[in-house]
Design a protein around this ligand. Structure first.
Ligand code: ATP
Length: 339
């Protein structure tokens, strides 16, 4: 069933997402990798013989984007992603649109979300957490140097590539702020810095706060401030009573306390050379950041795949009839068949 085509959608169909390079005919559509608030992300394979690698296709329904007033956000996501070229950030290869959908063509991170890995393991060994956090320091340093704040750091938005390195993904909340501040409240409750909740304006320090939450969650198995209701989470974040599990050592406690410092001026990440301050912290004393950037350090986990199209590191999703979908047989087929 095609979604409703509206007059507004036609008016708003600027050339922004148009492309000479891609159309739906460029791809064979395979399974679903994930679903977001406005999107479904599918594994696709280019029909171009010279580029047969599987790719991820993020598909956004125009009527939903219009209803939720997300056009500006989407353009922003595209414009930001197009500026980025970093080993630890998902690359966008192009965008295109038809009457009903906007499509983002992305490189495929076959290892799934760090979130899935975390749920499977319960907690990460400190050495594994150190590897992922150190790669994130480099990704965030790169973004901040470009004047971009990410604003949605959480394990669901960290994907793992073929060799086990991270790929930061989902730039829906990212914003170019240079050295300024932004005021919109957005993000995920458990990961919000106090200044976002207070609405006093926030800058790139919120990403370092979120990194502290992530590090805590990776090692403890739960975030530092949590509750069933977002309101109570905000209260706890503002109260700032940080309690560490007994197995956290002094070095890790000092790093997390520095990142989860309520005062922005005292937080690790406030200074201009924030990333250097972090890299020099005792917890990273055994990390060679240049080798890490060159992907010369062995990753803690390399995804085991049956084939290039193997999606076993992702959850399974029922197919959707109202978005370009995979032929029925592709969802349940044995990964050995047909490759
Ligand atoms: P949200 O509502 O959480 O903001 P969204 O609509 O912006 O989501 P994404 O987070 O970009 O969508 O994608 C949804 C899911 O699809 C991801 O969590 C991930 O599991 C999967 N996914 C997205 N991009 C890729 C990719 N490049 N490679 C593999 N899987 C991906």
């Amino acid at each position: 069933m095609e979604p409703e085509k509206t007059e507004t959608s036609e008016k708003q169909n600027s050339d922004h997402f148009r492309s000479e390079k891609y159309s739906m005919d460029s791809f064979d559509v395979l399974g679903t990798l994930g679903v977001g608030t406005f999107s479904r992300v599918r594994l696709v394979r280019s029909k171009d013989q010279s580029h047969m690698k599987p790719l991820a296709l993020k598909i956004l329904k125009k009527t939903s984007i219009l209803k939720m007033r997300q056009i500006k956000h989407l353009r922003n996501e595209k414009e930001i992603m197009e500026q980025l070229d970093h080993s630890f950030i998902t690359k966008i290869l192009g965008t295109f649109q038809d009457d009903y959908y906007v499509f983002f063509v992305l490189e495929y991170a076959c290892g799934g979300e760090l979130f899935t890995r975390m749920k499977k393991l319960g907690t990460f060994p400190a050495q594994d957490a150190q590897f992922y956090i150190a790669e994130l320091v480099l990704a965030l340093e790169y973004l901040h140097d470009k004047g971009i704040v990410f604003r949605d750091l959480k394990p669901e938005n960290i994907l793992i590539d073929r060799l086990g390195h991270i790929k930061l993904s989902d730039f829906g909340f990212a914003k170019a702020i240079s050295d300024g501040k932004t005021y919109t409240m957005c993000g995920t409750p458990e990961y919000l810095a106090p200044e976002i909740i207070l609405g006093k304006g926030h800058g790139r320090e919120v990403d370092w706060w979120a990194l502290g939450v992530l590090l805590y969650e990776m090692l403890a198995g739960y975030p530092p401030y949590y509750d069933d209701s977002p309101f109570n989470i905000y209260q706890k974040i503002l109260l700032g009573r940080l309690i560490f599990p007994p197995h956290f050592d002094d070095v890790i406690c000092s790093l997390i306390s520095g990142l989860l410092e309520p005062s922005i001026q005292k937080r690790i990440g406030y200074k201009q050379n924030a990333a250097s301050e972090l890299k020099n912290h005792a917890w990273f004393s055994n990390i060679d950041f240049s080798s890490l950037l060159a992907k010369e350090c062995a990753s803690p986990w390399v995804p085991e795949l049956m084939s290039e199209d193997d999606t076993s590191n992702f959850n399974t999703y029922p197919d959707s009839l109202d978005q370009p979908h995979a032929p029925k047989f592709t969802r349940d087929r044995d990964p050995f068949i047909g490759f």
